[in-house]
Design a protein around this ligand. Sequence first.
Ligand SMILES: Nc1ncnc2c1ncn2[C@@H]1O[C@H](COP(=O)(O)OP(=O)(O)O)[C@@H](O)[C@H]1O
Ligand SMILES: [Mg+2]
Length: 267
Amino acid sequence: MSNFGRLFWTFILLLNSYSKSRYFIVFLKMLSIENLSVSVWEKEILNQISCDFELGKNYCILWKNGSWKSSLAMTLMWNPKYKIMDGEISLDWKKISDLSPDKRAKLGIFLAFQNIPEIPWVKLFEFLKWVYDNSVKTTTFMEFKKIIEPILEELQLSKDFLWRDLNVGFSWGERRKLEILQMKLLNPKYIILDEIDSWLDVDAFKVVAEMLKSLSTDENSFIIITHIFTILEYINVDETIVLERWKVVEKWWWEIAKRIKENWFKK
Ligand SMILES: Nc1ncnc2c1ncn2[C@@H]1O[C@H](COP(=O)(O)OP(=O)(O)O)[C@@H](O)[C@H]1O
Ligand SMILES: [Mg+2]
């Protein structure tokens, strides 16, 4: 090999190792969990979990009922029940483990709850306006009405909903649509979907899944928590993370996960 050839291949090798190193990675935007250990009721539930969720890629976190998936989602968004014993959560290289949920939301994290709570005495309009004013910009009553009404129409939700108590008596399809409405209002970067297929009938699920699909761009990431695969037929996933017995046991590319779809719970 000529001197030039040697020099060329040395350069390529150096570039390759550099691109895989931390120095290169710092240019990527991501939600990161590093060696995270969490306890609840004095019991350790997550042990030394590490995962990176890169902006622009979609992820699936997968395992059976009761494997602490929702607990992980709550910890990412904040919940007083879950105590971080060790490790860090960071967003675009800033540590966020000590931040309150509203600050995390402002930074672009959004959690669609597995069980969406009913909140009596709070009107939907008041709730949405409060969220928007505190995250995007302050609006007057009329300004916000002009912002919110077209989105309601687009999602085929009645304007009357604005004057009902938050989620009280709403069907699950309507509650999910209201979460999508919040996503449209806030344009979050990291969207955690915690088993959003629970409670939806087949038709409502299709509508919601199509809406979510239309929200997926290169500027956001879906982190889809599920123990069934249907939602993945709508949103393409770049990586599948398997969570078992408090550990990330495997990380799979979607193609491999798809192959075991039929036999998943027979394993
Ligand atoms: N309030 C509670 N008291 C006792 N156990 C609970 C409570 N809430 C959740 N758990 C238990 O925590 C475990 C993990 O729950 P969760 O994070 O919701 O799992 P997943 O989302 O994977 O189904 C389950 O075994 C569940 O029964
Ligand atoms: Mg759950």
